[in-house]
Design a protein around this ligand. Structure first.
Ligand SMILES: CC(C)(COP(=O)(O)OP(=O)(O)OC[C@H]1O[C@@H](n2cnc3c(N)ncnc32)[C@H](O)[C@@H]1OP(=O)(O)O)[C@@H](O)C(=O)NCCC(=O)NCCS
Length: 132
């Protein structure tokens, strides 16, 4: 996961942060090609809400519908866990991800101004919500 995280994200999570999100509160899904991990999501759940904390697809496999399939897999897991209120935060510059989320039923519900450090200062976090 740490290797894929580094390859897929412009601003990857550290290995320590990845190691922290395994436990009762969290659930994950993975895409494999043979023995090789090609994508995953990490989410948490609190009461009937879930936050999608991380989703990525290996750069070599992006743009082939796998991100959307991974997101559908996340929705299936949420339904199975009776999680009806879905949340996420995404960098305002991440248009590919925002497009994926918007076309999967997420709506922008707010912004945190200058929330994420970026290469040129800070950028907004777009908060998105979906009722499953
Ligand atoms: C976001 C991400 C998971 C999408 O995965 P993917 O496999 O490339 O996406 P898909 O092929 O399933 O495409 C799904 C939608 O994403 C959008 N999309 C994907 N690549 C895009 C691009 N380069 N530019 C614009 N939109 C794009 C499209 O809206 C596409 O919908 P379409 O089927 O109507 O064309 C992937 O690009 C990724 O891992 N990015 C780096 C990590 C990241 O930013 N994660 C999200 C924030 S945590």
């Amino acid at each position: 996961m740490a290797a894929l995280e580094q390859a897929a994200h412009a601003h990857p999570w550290s290995r320590a942060l990845l190691a922290d999100v395994f436990g009762e509160r969290y659930f994950t899904g993975a895409l494999w090609h043979g023995q090789q991990l090609q994508g995953y999501f990490i989410a948490d759940s609190v009461l009937d809400e879930s936050t999608l904390m991380n989703i990525c697809v290996s750069p070599a496999w992006q743009g082939r519908g796998l991100g959307r399939r991974l997101l559908e897999h996340y929705f299936t897991q949420c339904r199975a866990r009776a999680l009806g209120w879905l949340w996420l935060e995404v960098r305002a510059s991440n248009l590919a991800a925002i497009h994926l989320y918007a076309s999967s039923g997420y709506q922008e519900s707010g912004r945190r101004r200058n929330y994420y450090p970026s290469d040129v200062g800070h950028e907004d976090a777009v908060i998105m919500q979906k009722r499953l």
